[in-house]
Design a protein around this ligand. Structure first.
Ligand SMILES: Cc1cc2nc3c(=O)[nH]c(=O)nc-3n(C[C@H](O)[C@H](O)[C@H](O)COP(=O)(O)OP(=O)(O)OC[C@H]3O[C@@H](n4cnc5c(N)ncnc54)[C@H](O)[C@@H]3O)c2cc1C
Length: 584
């Protein structure tokens, strides 16, 4: 017979006398593991205390407004006979992915029989958004977790040298540009004085706040953090080396989340004026001129920053379009805007040689419209990222890695070695933080015995340029190439009151619908805050929404979000904000 169990406040870090701001359960309620019982509010954040097991609530010992500390009684409950839902029980290993032909992999990995310093349930290699999410989720599910990171701070590329610092600088760029624009409308601020050192410090402070926050979250969850470079010794062991010494970690399961690095261009001289994205975020110098090699998202975002900071920017892109693979109607407003601001945008052009001279970097070009050699103060090489799979001795664990450093995984994020998972940039495109975190959760939950798989229908992408460009699901290029029977609803932002109030008329919201089911299959948005708006369309795809679902959802006025509803109405033939010739 089940015995009554007391549920107490767990370890909540260094906080005491924390206020209960919500009580989610009452006596007699049936609860399942992980259901929130109460919500606490510290000066840093609100946090839920989840049910440790399933069962029925007996008595509740706390009320809203009470102050609690670790160990305070929350409630008594009668655990269910079998408190673990069947779907959460460990499942038999699915057949893991086969090794790709022609890749360097030892079928069963190497042997290791030396001393082991740390024994752990789960080792996570790499603390980027994929790694820390996986580590935290696995710890929340009861695993003993060891997180290995070669750098002194957690957070990986995203927090330290990627998403967050670039967005901080893009915000600064936006403020400068908007202030500039307002001078046309009677508000003049004068020429900005730019102090790169102070700007860098502000950006670094944001990064520091987030990475310190991760340290705290790891501590609260009792995730063991080991700093050092990890390499596999065998399918069960990882060697970690740092300036402080060496350690061997023995693990039952492992998640490889070692990410990616900036790809380099062969033949470049060794010169500090040639930067990758990490260098460019440091703002070591604001040169008079800069060439961005690569017209993809990262190159164009940093071009936007340096342009706003007063640098004369040129962009060179090998293919015939900026942001290759993105629909032309979405890229056009961006290209139009930056064509008016940048010195040159060279498409279909190859950089053939860079020579370091005292006065600058002399660059030669090749292509139908290639200009004569030109000298630039700095160059940013932004030609993509390469996965780190070949840098962790994965072969000693028997894990297959292809020649590009990418590890192949199945839908449960398992590699060809069933107890070793891989997530994030190291498993390939799209190399995006939100894909990494989602995969991290899947891998952690599978490692903890839950039945989970990566089954997202679509992954949104965003370029935080000005204007922002965002897309999700099927692109129109893909729809055409695959011969899909689709229709589209388009709403130009020139008809959006909110967009005009922002002094912008260059945006566009466009949704693609499957003609047979009526459901949204893809969408694109270009304009300020497009990156925020695309989330609604990602949800529409996940929920199988059609044009009526979106159009009949009341969107607040005046917002840019209305453009989503109006694009749906344009497809549905119910739009009144534009005159649409009758189509059905
Ligand atoms: C300038 C820039 C801007 C970006 N902007 C965005 C954006 O706005 N939105 C977005 O979604 N994505 C953006 N990205 C991409 C995003 O940063 C990555 O997709 C994301 O960080 C990948 O997460 P991850 O966990 O796979 O790996 P990473 O973030 O690369 O983390 C991997 C971690 O593993 C560690 N590591 C590697 N090898 C070892 C080893 N042998 N031992 C120990 N530790 C190791 C690394 O030090 C690193 O901390 C941007 C990238 C850049 C460069």
């Amino acid at each position: 017979m089940a015995v009554s169990k007391e549920v107490k406040v767990p370890d909540i870090g260094d906080f005491t006398d924390v206020e209960v701001i919500e009580v989610h359960v009452s006596p007699g309620d049936s609860i399942v593991t992980e259901d929130p019982l109460i919500t606490l509010e510290t000066e840093k954040a609100a946090m839920d205390v989840p049910a440790p097991v399933s069962g029925e609530v007996g008595s509740v010992a706390v009320a809203v407004g009470d102050k609690v500390t670790e160990g305070s009684l929350i409630l008594t409950m009668t655990p269910a006979e079998d408190d673990e839902p069947a779907e959460d029980k460990p499942e038999a290993s699915e057949p893991s992915v086969p090794a790709e032909p022609g890749v360097a992999v030892a079928a069963s990995g190497a042997e290791f029989s030396g001393p082991v310093d740390i024994e752990t349930d789960l080792t996570v290699l790499g603390s980027g958004p994929g790694g820390y999410t996986a580590a935290f989720r696995a710890a929340d599910l009861g695993l003993d977790v060891t997180l290995v990171e070669r750098y002194p701070t957690l957070g990986g590329v995203c927090l330290n040298v990627g998403c967050i610092p670039s967005k901080a600088l893009l915000h600064a760029a936006k403020v400068i540009e908007e202030a500039e624009t307002m001078s046309e409308f009677g508000i003049r601020f004068g020429t900005p004085e730019i102090d790169p050192g102070a700007l860098r410090e502000w950006k670094n402070a944001i990064v520091g706040r987030l990475t310190n926050g991760l340290d705290g979250l790891a501590k609260q969850r009792k995730v063991r953090v080991v700093h050092g470079t990890g390499r596999f010794l065998s399918p069960q062991h990882l060697h970690v080396e740092s300036e402080q010494g060496e350690q061997v970690i023995g693990f039952k399961q492992c998640i490889i989340a070692a990410g990616s690095e900036s790809a380099s261009l062969p033949g470049m001289p060794d010169d500090p004026r040639i930067m990758d994205s990490t260098d460019s975020l440091e703002l070591a110098e604001l040169p008079a001129t800069m060439l961005v090699i690569g017209g993809g998202i990262i190159g164009l975002e940093m071009a936007c920053v340096y342009d706003a900071l007063g640098v004369e920017v040129s962009v060179v892109e090998l293919t015939d379009t900026l942001m290759p693979g993105v629909d032309a109607d979405l890229v056009r407003p961006l290209e139009k805007r930056i064509s008016g601001r940048y010195s040159e945008i060279l498409k279909g052009t190859r950089v053939t040689e860079v020579v370091a001279e005292d006065t600058g970097l002399r660059v030669s070009f090749d292509g139908p419209d290639a200009p004569k050699p030109q000298v630039f103060g700095r160059i940013l090489v932004a030609v993509g990222r390469s996965a780190n799979g070949l840098r962790v001795d994965a072969d000693k664990a028997g894990v297959a890695v292809n020649a590009q450093g990418i590890i192949t995984v199945d839908r449960q994020m398992r590699t060809n070695v069933p107890h070793i998972f891989a997530i994030g940039d190291i498993v390939g495109e799209p190399m995006l933080a939100h894909k990494a975190t989602h995969e991290g959760k899947v891998a952690a939950e599978v490692a903890a015995g839950r039945k989970r798989a990566f089954d997202a229908r679509a992954i949104p992408s965003v370029a935080y340029t000005d204007p922002e460009v965002a897309w999700v699901g099927v692109t129109e290029l893909e729809a055409k190439a695959d011969g899909l029977d689709y229709g589209k609803g388009v709403f130009p932002w020139a008809a959006s009151g909110r967009s005009l109030a922002l002094n912008r008329d260059d945006g566009l919201t466009r949704i693609l619908f499957d003609n047979a089911s009526g459901r949204v299959i893809g969408a694109g948005v270009v304009g300020p805050h497009a990156g925020d708006l695309i989330a609604e369309l990602a949800l529409a795809i996940e929920m199988g929404a059609d044009a009526e679902d979106i159009g009949l959802t009341i969107h607040p006025h005046p917002t840019l979000s209305e453009t989503v509803a109006m694009a749906a109405e344009a497809f549905d033939g119910t739009l009144t904000d534009l005159y649409m010739p009758k189509r059905r």
